[in-house]
Design a protein around this ligand. Structure first.
Ligand code: TYR
Length: 447
């Protein structure tokens, strides 16, 4: 077996008591402090280099994104289990929040390694020290889609995609001198396959269509899209789709209209829906909080919040609203290819943050089986790694993520404490005074 890649998270920047924060992306970009400004540049360059890596490279953007769904290849493991066509991602499953945790950690770690090994060495020597320090405290920013943003030219705040994702070109500091700013294609706007390859050449059928003879044809894209118009009836393949198109105004209007799928809840704003995740009457258990899996359980009244509300449900809607629907298409709306859109990672960092906040509020007892409250086997787990009929448990392997060089898999129990994984979120800093009781001891109920 070839050596495995241990997912450890970033160890740099961790001190005895504190760990670096994943920040809300709009508070971090464009950088308001010298440290954030350098981190912005480290991140944009690192992502750019990651996306340029050969798709045959295990640690390329292409292959890391490909863990989630298509091209349905094994990643970092020797296995024949590639017959199923589901990908590794766990949806409609109790493992939904915990599986995506090491997935984000892998991405964060690979970007950090590129910062240190590929970005910083290109700088003049007198800049390298400052950039190394900034890299040590960098963590993957999250997109808080439930927070309204102030936007230039808008009187009122509104839900919006992060600024860093909006423009096709983005300003970066020239690594040759560490000073001059110039513009490059923005790696957060869309992912473009290196060397003008099509994703389809690597086993991805982005869009399926039927031609005049009812044969299934696939239209491979070269780049990712959000709300692209797809014109199957035209003879030539829609260039909007093949080249990658982004329609921000349609994402923004949809986020603000919040057309939730499901019945009778269209008028619930995003922030209110997220708030309900933390209110006991809505969410009574981890299993209720975590996944869509039990929403169809026969003893739920279809009109009750328990029948629709959970973290995965909110997450699903954000995927669809970012990717596009009806006459439009976009990678984010399709689980098989969603992770190829670079916005996916900031979306999922926020999903991970909701999970971490819920853990803090619920004071989940680390000695207890947190999966226990509802864990009946309803139907196929929709995941190729877990055999149909198996129950998900906190020790189910979260394949393909290895926690060590011996090839042991992460489990949900292993990822419960994010501080041990080398990151946290602004609301979850036990070392801050506001989380200490009158004796100066950490009191989790003050979260
Ligand atoms: N299409 C899914 C739904 O409607 C949402 C989704 C999209 C979920 C992409 C995950 C994903 O990766 O429920």
């Amino acid at each position: 077996m070839s050596p495995v890649y241990p997912v450890t998270g970033i160890k740099a920047g961790v001190t005895g008591t504190t760990v670096p924060l994943r920040l809300e992306v709009d508070t971090w970009y464009p950088g308001q402090t010298p440290e954030h400004l350098i981190q912005n540049n480290l991140f944009i360059w690192a992502l750019r280099f990651l996306q340029e890596r050969d798709p045959d490279h295990k640690l390329s953007f292409f292959q890391i994104a490909g863990i989630h769904g298509m091209p349905y290849q094994p990643w970092d493991e020797d296995t024949d289990a590639i017959t199923a066509n589901e990908g590794y991602c766990t949806h409609d499953s109790l493992l939904f929040p915990s599986w995506h945790r090491p997935y984000m950690l892998l991405y964060e770690q690979v970007l950090y390694e590129i910062m240190v090994k590929q970005v910083i060495p290109q700088l003049p020597e007198d800049k390298q020290h400052e950039w190394t320090d900034a890299a040590a405290t960098w963590r993957l920013p999250y997109w808080d889609w439930a927070q309204k943003k102030t936007r230039e030219g808008q009187d009122e705040t509104l839900y919006d995609v992060p600024l860093i994702t909006k423009q096709p070109r983005i300003g970066v500091i020239d690594l040759k001198d560490g000073v001059t700013v110039f513009y490059i294609d923005n790696p957060m706007y869309k992912f473009t396959m290196p060397d003008e390859e099509r994703m389809g050449c690597f086993g991805i059928s982005d869009i399926q269509d039927t031609d005049a003879n009812n044969n299934i044809t696939t239209i491979p894209a070269q780049a990712t899209s959000r709300w692209a118009t797809y014109e199957p009836e035209s003879d030539t393949v829609s260039t909007q789709w093949t080249e990658g198109t982004v329609r921000n105004s349609l994402i923004t209007s949809t986020l603000n209209e919040h057309p939730w799928y499901g019945k009778g809840i269209d008028n619930v704003p995003l922030a209110e829906m997220v708030y309900r995740l933390y209110v006991h009457d809505y969410i009574a258990s981890y299993t209720q909080f975590a996944t869509t899996k039990f929403r169809t359980s026969p003893d739920y009244d279809p009109g009750s919040p328990a029948a629709y509300l959970n973290l995965e449900y909110i997450h699903n809607n954000i995927h669809n609203w970012t990717g596009g629907f009806d006459k439009y298409v976009g990678h984010m709306a399709e689980p098989a290819v969603a992770a190829y859109d670079p916005i996916f990672w900031m979306h999922h960092a926020n999903v991970d943050r909701q999970f971490a906040l819920w853990q803090g509020i619920s004071l989940l007892d680390p000695t207890k089986n947190w999966f226990e409250s509802r864990n009946e086997q309803l139907e196929d787990d929709g995941n190729w790694y877990i055999r149909t009929g198996d129950l998900d448990t906190p020790s189910t392997p979260l394949a393909p993520f290895h926690k060590d060089a011996e090839g042991n898999y992460y489990t949900s129990d292993d990822v419960r404490d994010i501080h041990k994984l080398g990151y946290t979120y602004p609301e979850l800093q036990p070392w801050l005074d506001k989380y200490k009781d009158t004796h100066g001891n950490f009191d989790a109920s003050l979260y």
